[in-house]
Design a protein. Structure first.
Length: 81
């Protein structure tokens, strides 16, 4: 299994948002969807329900032979009426 390297900026974002590394690993390895990102990067996406809100965890990553290099973002989108 490939190692997951999280960039320092992403670690700060995770700490600020209370996101554990295990959740990042799960979202990357069990993404509901992987879409193309900027600069040849990929974006793994996984939906989560947190405090009654549907959240989207997005992991911007680059894949190498040995590892995934990841950044992390949370997006919350209100449901349409």
């Amino acid at each position: 299994m490939k190692e997951i390297d999280i960039i320092p900026l992403a670690e700060k974002k995770m700490e600020r948002r209370g996101i554990l590394k295990g959740r990042v690993a799960d979202a990357l390895r069990n993404a509901e969807q992987v879409v193309g990102g900027h600069g040849g990067r990929s974006v793994a996406q996984q939906r989560r329900r947190i405090r009654r809100k549907e959240m989207l965890l997005r992991l911007v990553f680059e894949e190498t032979d040995d590892s995934y290099v990841a950044d992390i973002k949370w997006y919350w989108k209100k449901k349409s009426p």
